[in-house]
Design a binder for this molecule. Structure first.
Ligand code: PLP
Ligand code: TYF
Length: 394
């Protein structure tokens, strides 16, 4: 039967990772895949995670199965981290998943169970894996306008017009913060307007939050999610711990189903457990346990939050340096958006040819849509990127 298989499209971001590795040039800059890198180019294990791992080695007595939704303490800690006190805990069903990707996948699965003809409205552009997973599942995708190529900010009028077409039984997929791939985000009053529209149409929001703490801070980045969860009758939230805990390969995420009726919470929880069982039974535990230990120990939590804040400020500093140097070299303010964007990524607004030219001339690797990972830069490579941008005529 294998002869019937067809080659599937590869992930462009992951292909770029490989192309970078194979480039023999010494002077090259990897601005592709979304992995945080410190100024020395390393992706360190965060101090609190390392400390929790040491403790865990001492105290862990079993590796027997946990529960289908993972350890309940992980659910509690993550619901608290993402939602704060926006909604009562009794309104939230939560299940650990393999990474944020697993949460996204389970969220789509739940939406389809609840609404077999569901259409998923997604920002144009969005994280390519959203589209790939939806396509694989055979779920109808409906793009909504999101990025204004001129201002490099959110095309809010276009967005509102397009998501206004989603109705009851549809899902509107939103990025909680640090939009991937553009870096352009909603402000609180825009979140409020989106919420009012969702209340009017009855469409269900699903929020993917993979970069909490990378934009404006842990609480500020969750503000949109919290506003949504406390305002609409029901929503889905897919959260990832890969970036903000630096535990990419541990595969740690969580899916939450929030409703304003505690009576429905039980059914939601049972459904999340069921979905985990159908797809992989018990979710991975190691990363989730480390996250729980860090969040529940005041000392570890404080150290983690401090290190995360350093990461955030490092990226912000690089954004400011980049915008300032481009301003100086071009004499124009048109790159000011780079300092306004938040998170790991910005869409530069270069053509695929210009992206290719920057790779040829300066060994700069960014995704073909001109998304680049700010954390792939350091003080010394910012000028290299600036020179490449100017030379390519972006
Ligand atoms: N959602 C978005 C928008 C992302 O950028 C990522 C990327 O890492 C994820 C979800 C999921 O990440 P992971 O599965 O590595 O936790
Ligand atoms: O967008 C990124 O670069 C990250 C990492 O299939 C990633 O979200 C990229 C592609 C992929 C899984 C994760």
């Amino acid at each position: 039967m294998f002869e019937t298989l067809k080659e599937q499209p590869a992930d462009k971001i992951l292909m770029l990772m490989q192309a970078y590795k194979e480039d023999p040039r010494e002077q090259k800059v990897d601005l592709g895949v979304g992995v945080y890198k410190d100024p020395q180019g390393r992706t360190p294990i965060m101090r609190a995670i390392k400390a929790a791992e040491k403790q865990l080695w001492e105290v862990e007595e079993t590796k027997a199965y946990t529960g289908l939704a993972g350890d309940p303490a992980y659910g509690d800690a993550m619901v608290n981290l993402v939602l704060g006190d926006a909604v009562p805990r009794s309104n939230v069903a939560a299940a650990a998943t393999p990474g944020g990707t697993g949460a996204v996948r389970q969220g789509f699965d739940l939406a389809r169970m609840a609404s077999p003809g569901v259409r998923v409205f997604h920002s144009d552009p969005t994280w390519p894996n959203h589209l790939s997973i939806l396509g694989h599942m055979g779920i109808e995708k409906v793009p909504y306008r999101y990025f204004d190529d001129e201002t490099r900010g959110v095309d809010f009028d276009g967005m509102m017009e397009d998501i206004g077409k989603a109705g009851k039984g549809d899902v509107v997929l939103l990025h909680g913060c640090c939009h991937n791939p553009t870096g352009a985000n909603l402000n609180p009053s825009q979140w409020k307007a989106v919420i009012d529209l969702l209340l009017e149409t009855g469409a269900t929001p699903m929020i993917d939050i993979a970069y909490q703490g990378f934009g404006d801070g842990l609480d500020a980045d969750a503000e949109g999610v919290r506003m949504v969860a406390s305002s609409v009758p029901e929503c889905l939230i897919a959260a990832s711990c890969s970036k903000n805990f630096g535990i990419y390969r541990e595969r740690t995420g969580i899916l939450m189903a929030v409703c304003n009726d505690p009576a429905k919470q039980k059914l939601n929880q049972q459904t999340l457990n069921y979905l985990n069982r159908q797809n992989f039974s018990f979710p991975p535990d190691h990363g989730a346990r480390l996250v729980t230990m860090v969040l529940n120990d005041p000392e570890l939590r404080g150290d983690w939050a401090a290190e995360l804040e350093d990461v955030r400020l490092t990226m912000l500093g690089l954004r400011e340096q980049l915008a300032a140097e481009l301003q100086r070299l071009t004499g124009s303010d048109r790159f000011g958006f780079l300092a306004q964007h938040r998170g790991m990524f910005s869409r530069l607004g270069a053509t695929p040819e210009q992206v290719e030219a920057m790779r040829e001339s300066h060994g700069i690797y960014m995704v073909g849509d001109s998304r680049f990972n700010v954390a792939g830069l350091n003080k010394d490579t910012v000028p290299v990127l600036v020179e490449a941008i100017v030379k390519a005529g972006v």
